[in-house]
Design a protein around this ligand. Structure first.
Ligand code: C2E
Ligand code: MG
Ligand code: MG
Length: 597
């Protein structure tokens, strides 16, 4: 395409209004719902200007950027409304076009009024495809939009020219982390650190982080672990002209990497069954509800089908109603005109830990505002932030009470609870009883300080080698540890454990002991005896979820311990496998023994 052909094609597109909008969902992974859609523009499908990057580059080159932006914006707004999409509409706008004077005239506001979309549902995404010369001007332009009720997102953070400067000067409500940092984040500790730092900065500046370009469940799992809630990408939904959100499919995708297996205190006990109000309820009636019930902070607003569509907080409603003429303006209006659509909703089956993370990760969540509890999308009641914190604190105290005082790993009571859960939920798992060979003579010879050092280092290794999303590490006492492993590569992890443990110990022994490959110490009868260096013995009991009905936790622990005794009979690092199925049969249990040196 020559330059003049391109110019002609562009003029054609503008004259015919031949652009279309696709919508890609932005999802809250903790709330498991779509919180908004980003509009992405396309030129005609048979044209070389189909891709927005080429289309906008051409428009910039030919001085038609503003016309194209206005066309795309109007298309996005009208389609968003025609499709009846919920949540926020994220619109991409280039800073250059924002700076052009004609934008100040409120053209966008007129478009919104015509389609009945409230400005507070629109987020302007700013990308820096070119360096910005005049920050002051940009700031003025953005203030203008903010004053009209729009929110601001900084797009492609990390990929532009001066995003950090934009962040610090513009105080956007949202920051979108560029896809580059999400791509393969599960394999790259530096990307993980980077994203973590962005989240910390965002918390300090009260901005909501959105991670873009999630293509794999592993990436999502890492983001969830870091504490990123809002996510977008092909894995959750591709840009589409008619986005179809199937909430079951969404939940499945979000849960595929199954976090929170070890944290299943549900939020049932937090439920306050306070009735919600229909969206048509008059503002005046809602005010009276608050006046009659002084302990009420929040009221949920429901649609015809009992689904929550927003909430009203006592303090915001009072503030609005204190303004001059507010009574006359709003008193007889339906409450949906004043409700906050961006309120927090959680499913009744969510764990306490997840809700607590949600309360603290949402940039604009006020702890004193109640959240809505739903059951399969329908309103159940309200929950209070303070109750979540109280229960979490209690849980943490309990964990501390039951932790091993040296390694702070969960002790026998939580180990027992973990085994109970395993049986109850009929899960497949490997119970690994880990024990140290020759620890007692080592302790006697090197002293308790060095002995503790070995135990602490082993505890740390176990923590590192287990997947916190799937596996559990407990400390039975002394040199005995219990792993409950559900990672499919558990075997490789145990082999790595041995290698890293040997490396670690080689720095602890005296030179002569390394040379002799052992040491002499007094045995229980007071005689000198030669001992090998420290080694791991691991007894593994394999548990299949289908055969758990005849088992109990005490049985399991006993058999894992027996497998460990078998492993201890073998010199050097050893893993003994036995199967829980054999425990329930009449035959005596046999175990497979492997010796690895
Ligand atoms: P963006 O705003 O960063 O939009 C995200 C881009 O990433 C979109 O490309 C989207 O289709 C793509 N994407 C989303 N999820 C994934 C994923 O999981 N993997 C991969 N590989 N890609 C993903 P698209 O639609 O081609 O848009 C490209 C850029 O064009 C946008 O980047 C935005 O900067 C610009 N753009 C699009 N529409 C408009 C518009 O109306 N106005 C302006 N000024 N710019 C626009
Ligand atoms: Mg964007
Ligand atoms: Mg982007």
């Amino acid at each position: 395409m020559t330059v003049s052909e391109q110019r002609q094609a562009l003029l054609n597109i503008l004259n015919r209004g031949a652009v279309s909008s696709l919508f890609q969902p932005i999802v809250s992974s903790l709330e498991q719902r779509v919180v908004g859609y980003e509009a992405l523009s396309r030129g005609p499908s048979d044209s070389p200007l189909h891709s927005p990057l080429t289309l906008f580059a051409a428009a910039r080159h030919h001085g038609m950027l503003t016309e194209l932006e206005m066309l795309c914006r109007s298309r996005a707004i009208s389609r968003f409304c025609a499709l009846g999409l919920t949540g926020k509409l994220f619109l991409n706008i280039s800073p250059e076009s924002l700076l052009e004077q004609q934008h100040y005239s409120g053209g966008t506001l007129t478009m919104l009024e015509a389609s009945g979309l409230r400005p507070d549902r629109v987020v302007i995404e700013l990308t820096e495809q070119a360096p910005i010369d005049d920050f002051n001007l940009l700031q003025t332009a953005l203030h203008h939009y903010r004053d009209m009720g729009f929110q601001i997102a900084l797009d492609d953070l990390g990929a532009g020219y001066s995003s950090l400067r934009l962040w610090s000067e513009l105080h956007p409500e949202y920051v979108k982390i560029d896809r580059h940092f999400i791509d393969g984040i599960h394999l790259d500790p530096i990307k993980r650190e980077f994203v973590n730092s962005i989240l910390q900065m965002a918390k300090a500046s009260r901005a909501q982080v959105i991670a873009e370009g999630i293509e794999q469940p592993e990436e999502l799992a890492v983001l969830e672990e870091i504490g990123i809630d809002w996510v977008q990408g092909y894995w959750l939904g591709r840009p589409a002209s008619i986005p179809e959100i199937n909430s079951e499919q969404l939940a499945e995708r979000l849960n595929q990497h199954g976090s929170s297996r070890n944290e299943d205190a549900p939020i049932h006990s937090l439920l306050l069954p306070i009735p919600g109000l229909h969206e048509d309820t008059k503002v005046q009636t809602v005010l009276e509800c608050f006046q009659q019930q002084p302990t009420l902070n929040t009221l949920a607003i429901l649609d015809d089908h009992q689904r929550p569509i927003g909430a009203v907080q006592r303090h915001t409603l009072s503030q609005t109603m204190l303004k001059p003429f507010a009574q006359e303006i709003y008193g007889r209006k339906p409450i949906r005109k004043l409700m906050d659509e961006d309120c927090l909703r959680v499913d009744i089956r969510q764990s306490l830990q997840r809700v607590s993370r949600l309360l603290t990760s949402r940039a604009r969540q006020r702890l004193e505002d109640d959240f809505i509890i739903i059951d399969q999308g329908l309103y159940k009641g309200l929950g209070r932030g303070i109750d979540v914190l109280r229960q979490i604190t209690e849980l943490k105290l309990q964990q501390a009470r039951h932790a091993n005082p040296l390694t702070l790993l969960p002790g026998n009571i939580p180990i027992q609870q973990c085994l109970e859960r395993l049986l109850e939920q009929q899960l497949d798992a490997q119970l690994c009883y880990v024990d140290l060979d020759n620890f007692k003579p080592f302790n006697d010879l090197y002293g308790y300080g060095k002995g503790d050092e070995v135990l602490l280092a082993l505890a740390q290794l176990l923590r590192e080698l287990c997947d916190p999303q799937k596996d559990f590490v407990g400390h039975i006492g002394g040199d005995d540890f219990m792993l409950v492993m559900r990672s499919s590569d558990w075997r490789q992890r145990l082999d790595q454990l041995d290698q890293r443990f040997q490396q670690l110990c080689s720095g602890l022994y005296r030179a002569e002991h390394i040379q002799d490959n052992g040491f002499s110490a007094l045995d229980r009868e007071g005689r000198w005896r030669k001992h090998d260096l420290l080694n791991l013995s691991i007894g593994v009991l394999q548990l299949s979820g289908q055969h758990t009905d005849k088992l109990d936790p005490a049985h399991l622990a006993e058999h894992a311990s027996k497998a460990k005794h078998d492993a201890k009979k073998i010199r050097g690092f050893s893993i003994t496998l036995s199967n829980a199925l054999q425990m329930t049969s009449a035959e005596p249990s046999t175990s497979n023994q492997y010796q690895m040196i």
